[in-house]
Design a protein around this ligand. Structure first.
Ligand code: PDD
Length: 314
């Protein structure tokens, strides 16, 4: 399989190299030269797991959380957990000493057999692929007073139940997302048995009754988001009342503010849900706005503070 040519941030400049090369099984290669077997189980079955980590100025945010989650995903699907070390390795090789603002996508598949068989053949060697995308700098994010806003729609969660595994089989999320897009929305919020689970590629927070609320890990299945963990600690450090509890879908619809969070997008404010503006008529609207700006500034401060403490690409 030929991997498509990536968009390059600065086609003529020296910044080109990191974005035009990909990491393939331990080596950096030009994207156009990267090859994967047609018998790779990632290609045939979506049989693999992935991670996405964000770098600001060449420093990776919460790399240890992402490596830990990748290891758990690998263990859960029976791929060698040592492959988790490929994440910092690929990150180091792709970014080098460049102070890039970028996100890295890394996937590990079970590898390629000699034929298409549902059960994996013995002795497969995992395939590791990683690529960088350019993202906004901390300075650019700081120049915006508030996080970007999106429209969202709710949908019954028809994905599988093992959502703690960051599986590359994303068809169950893609179809509702594409449907949401047809309705002018940028995110879908999955619900199960009347309770909020998570977004199509994010976790969900809401401001309800002056508290920052988010569903617990033991509730409807969802991914243990690294940005979710980070935002909870930012909220607590800034004195925002936090409640990790189940959120009935009907309650979400009455929230003052709804947030969608993820390592790549950081925070997005949900401006409308199922076509209705969020927070209009909800008590304590102004409270919601100030919680969002405290979270936004607190998150950017925490990222900057971390970047000061840790070295490049670590
Ligand atoms: N996705 N829930 C789902 C289903 C996700 O796909 C993601 C992130 C999150 C947030 O996790 P984190 O804070 O660790 O990024 C929650 C990534 C960014 C992606 O698929 O590209």
């Amino acid at each position: 399989m030929r991997v498509g040519v990536r968009r390059v941030g600065d086609p003529g400049g020296s910044a080109e190299a990191p974005f035009s090369r990909v990491y393939m099984n331990g080596r950096l290669v030009p994207a156009v030269e990267a090859r994967v077997s047609v018998f790779d189980r990632g290609f045939l079955f979506g049989d693999g797991v992935y991670e996405v980590v964000h770098a600001f100025g060449g420093r990776w945010l919460d790399m240890n959380l992402h490596v830990g989650r990748l290891r758990k995903s690998l263990v859960a699907v029976g791929i060698d957990p040592a492959m988790a070390d490929e994440l910092p390795r690929a990150a180091r090789m792709l970014v080098g000493d460049t102070p890039l603002d970028a996100s890295i996508y890394l996937q590990v598949t079970r590898g390629a057999g000699s034929d298409r068989t549902h059960l994996p053949q013995a002795g497969l060697v995992p395939t590791v692929f990683a690529t960088l995308s350019q993202t906004e700098s901390l300075a650019a994010l700081r120049s915006t007073a508030a996080p970007p806003s999106i429209r969202a729609v709710t949908a019954p969660d028809s994905r599988w139940l093992r959502l703690e595994i960051k599986s590359i089989s994303l068809m169950g999320a893609l179809l509702p997302l594409m449907d949401a897009q047809r309705h002018g929305a940028g995110e879908v919020i999955f619900t199960r048995d009347g309770f909020v689970a998570e977004g199509g590629s994010s976790n969900i927070f809401a401001v309800i009754g002056g508290e920052l609320v988010t569903p617990p890990l033991g509730g409807p299945p969802m991914l243990h988001g690294c940005l979710r963990t980070r935002l909870l600690s930012v909220a607590i450090a800034n004195g925002i009342p936090v409640s990790v509890r189940s959120v009935p879908t009907a309650e979400l619809k009455r929230a003052t503010t709804i947030l969608s969070t993820g390592s790549r997008s950081l925070i997005r404010v949900v401006a409308s849900l199922d076509g209705e503006p969020v927070g209009v008529g909800a008590p304590g609207c102004a409270g919601g706005t100030s919680i969002v700006s405290t979270l936004w500034t607190g998150l950017l401060d925490a990222i900057e503070e971390d970047a000061r403490r840790i070295g490049h690409s670590s």
